[in-house]
Design a binder for this molecule. Structure first.
Ligand code: MG
Length: 204
C-alpha cells in the first residue's frame, strides 16, 4: 500500500463524521434487536482514533491501520470492537508483511476471514460480514468506488430479511427478522465514507 498525502487523516475524519452523524440512528437500530449502544460504542471508537490522528498520520498506512485497529479494540468494546479492530489489524499486518503487494482484494479477503474467525461467524448470520464480503467481491472486480458504496448499502439493507445467528440478536430468533443489523449498517456507513475519500484521491 503506497502512502498517499493525507490519506490516513482523510479516512479518520470521514469515518468519524459518518459515525457521528448516524450515531443516534445506529443506537436506534441496536435498540430493536440488541442493547441499544452500537452508535455510542462506534462513536467512542472513532473519537479515540481521532484523538490519536496526529501520531497515526505520521505512520506508513499499514502501521497506521494496525495501530487504529488496536485503538478500536480498546475503545469500542462490545462485540464490534474486536471485529472492526481485527479487520484493521489484519489489513495492516498483511500490508506491512508485503508492502509491494498490489492485490488489495486478497488482503481484504484474508482480513474478513480473520474477522469471521474472531466472531466465530460467517456470511448469512446477520452481521457486518454480510456487508464486508459483498464489498470485497466488488473490490476484487475493481468496481468504481461509488458503486462499491452503493453495494454496501444494498447489502446492509438485505440484512432486514435475515435471522440473526450470531451476537445478542440471535436470542430473538425469528423476531430478529425485519430489522437491519446495526453492525451491517455501521459497516455500510464506513464503507461509504472510505469510498468517498478514495474516490477523491484516486478518481476513476
Ligand atoms: Mg449493542
Amino acid at each position: 500500500m503506497r502512502q498517499q498525502p493525507h490519506l490516513v487523516s482523510g479516512l479518520i475524519d470521514a469515518c468519524r463524521a459518518a459515525i457521528a452523524a448516524n450515531a443516534d440512528y445506529l443506537c436506534e437500530l441496536d435498540r430493536m434487536i440488541g442493547d441499544g449502544d452500537h452508535g455510542t460504542n462506534m462513536r467512542r471508537g472513532c473519537e479515540a482514533v481521532y484523538a490519536d490522528r496526529e501520531a497515526l498520520a505520521l505512520l506508513p498506512v499499514a502501521e497506521a491501520l494496525e495501530r487504529a485497529g488496536r485503538i478500536l479494540v480498546a475503545s469500542i468494546g462490545g462485540a464490534a470492537g474486536p471485529l472492526y479492530g481485527t479487520l484493521l489489524i489484519e489489513i495492516g499486518r498483511q500490508s506491512a508483511a508485503d508492502p509491494e503487494a498490489d492485490d488489495f482484494a486478497a488482503v481484504l479477503k484474508n482480513a474478513i476471514d480473520a474477522v469471521a474467525r474472531r466472531g466465530r461467524s460467517e456470511a448469512g448470520c446477520k452481521t457486518l460480514l454480510d456487508v464486508l464480503y459483498p464489498v470485497q467481491t466488488e473490490v476484487a472486480r475493481h468496481t468504481a468506488y461509488a458503486a462499491i458504496a452503493l453495494e454496501a448499502e444494498r447489502a446492509a439493507a438485505a440484512t432486514v430479511a435475515m435471522k440473526a445467528l450470531r451476537g445478542r440478536a440471535k436470542f430473538l430468533g425469528d423476531r430478529s427478522i425485519g430489522h437491519i443489523d446495526p453492525g451491517a449498517s455501521s459497516c455500510a456507513l464506513l464503507t461509504g465514507a472510505i469510498c468517498a475519500v478514495l474516490k477523491e484521491q484516486h478518481p476513476v
